[in-house]
Design a protein around this ligand. Structure first.
Ligand code: HEC
Length: 114
């Protein structure tokens, strides 16, 4: 019982309790038009300095998106980028997990999937 409770608290604190929905993430990504910079399928960026996203690990994507939200308010964790900070401000943490799940599900060349 204690172990189950502890596990539940631990999982919710690291966010695994929320089952991310790639479908919801797709709707959010399309509405925000992330492809206008990251390109078709989020794998053909419009400028060489913009990153490819498709297929990247969901954990990595979630932390990157959160880091843009946090920005300079946490110098240890935040990513200070004016373009991406403005893109992510409106999203809840659970939205970001959904977005990450969707992007991770897309075919891409960034990571080798087991
Ligand atoms: C106006 C252009 C633009 C739009 C629109 C845009 N991005 Fe970005 N994105 C960038 C740029 C530029 C970077 C690189 C920023 C940096 O150097 O940290 C980036 C970086 C990222 C990264 C980090 C990638 C990595 O490998 O660390 C993620 C994740 C991301 N964008 C997701 C999104 C999502 C999701 C959306 C839609 C909600 C979006 N972007 C919309 C320009 C854009």
């Amino acid at each position: 019982m204690k172990v189950a409770l502890f596990t539940a608290v631990l999982l919710s604190s690291i966010g695994l309790a929320h089952a991310a929905s790639a479908d919801k993430g797709q709707a959010l990504v399309e509405k925000a038009n992330c492809a206008s910079c990251h390109g078709a399928g989020l794998t053909a960026p419009i400028l060489p300095t913009y990153p490819k996203l498709a297929g990247q690990h969901a954990d990595y994507l979630f932390y990157a998106l959160r880091a843009y939200q946090v920005g300079n308010s946490n110098a240890q964790f935040g990513r200070n980028n004016a373009v991406m900070s403005s893109q992510v401000q409106a999203f809840s943490e659970s939205d970001l997990r959904d977005i990450a799940a969707y992007i991770a599900s897309l075919p891409g060349t960034l990571v080798i999937k087991k």
